[in-house]
Design a protein around this ligand. Structure first.
Ligand SMILES: Cc1cc2nc3c(=O)[nH]c(=O)nc-3n(C[C@H](O)[C@H](O)[C@H](O)COP(=O)(O)O)c2cc1C
Length: 196
């Protein structure tokens, strides 16, 4: 039995959900040889494009960088040390940007909420297409803004890996343990405060 077989990644749900939702998870072991051909991410970002947003403002922007490019190295260098240990194997790194004000300077208070929703849709689409996504909050926002000359209202909110699943055995020990640890969540009655 391999390590991964010993700890199934599929969520043990307390009510039936769509297979793709139960099966989506965030690995740290990515296949370092997998390459995303041109167009391979079209469906994934199309899913983000069609996410709902406040007043249909669509306040999400993305910087996509495939492994092997200078842009990929620029993004990778901004990751926290822990994330640098694993994220460089992924086929792509993406900066997820929330646009926090419109062209007239009016604040868009739901921007980060909407961006998160777009990334959620994207991650589910990616899983359905045999890809994996792992979002990260651990990166240097100021460094990203400077590297890509982002306006103040273009807020780098997360970075994510997209790629093919790799071999957990190839991870350093501390990461391997996390990779195969059971996936857990709060109970439904803890997150639903009232259900009248
Ligand atoms: C906004 C956000 C920030 C995260 N930051 C990190 C991070 O910096 N490093 C990391 O390894 N995982 C990070 N994660 C991944 C979460 O730890 C992971 O989604 C969570 O443990 C649930 O696991 P699952 O996605 O496999 O269900 C982040 C996830 C989100 C949504």
């Amino acid at each position: 039995m391999t390590l991964l077989e010993s700890a199934p990644r599929t969520a043990q749900t307390s009510a039936p959900v769509l297979d793709v939702l139960a099966e989506r998870w965030s690995p740290r072991a990515f296949d370092p040889d997998a390459v995303l051909e041109a167009g391979a991410l079209a469906g994934v970002f199309e899913a983000a494009r069609w996410a709902p947003s406040a007043s249909n403002t669509q306040p999400w922007r993305f910087i996509i960088a495939r492994r092997g490019t200078e842009t990929f190295e620029t993004i990778a260098a901004t990751l926290m040390g822990f994330n640098q240990m694993w994220a460089g194997s992924a086929a792509a790194l993406v900066v997820n940007i929330a646009v926090t004000a419109d062209a007239e300077g009016n604040p868009m208070p739901w921007a980060q909420y909407d961006l998160g929703q777009a990334v959620a849709h994207l991650s589910v689409q990616a899983h359905a297409e045999g890809l994996h996504v792992h979002q990260m909050g651990g990166f240097d926002r100021a460094a990203i803004s400077a590297a890509f000359d982002l306006a103040e209202t273009f807020v780098p909110t997360s970075v994510m890996t997209i790629g093919k699943l790799g071999d957990a055995a190839a991870l350093p020990e501390a990461l391997r343990e996390r990779e195969v640890a059971p996936r857990v969540r709060l109970a439904l009655d803890e997150i639903v405060l009232l259900n009248n």
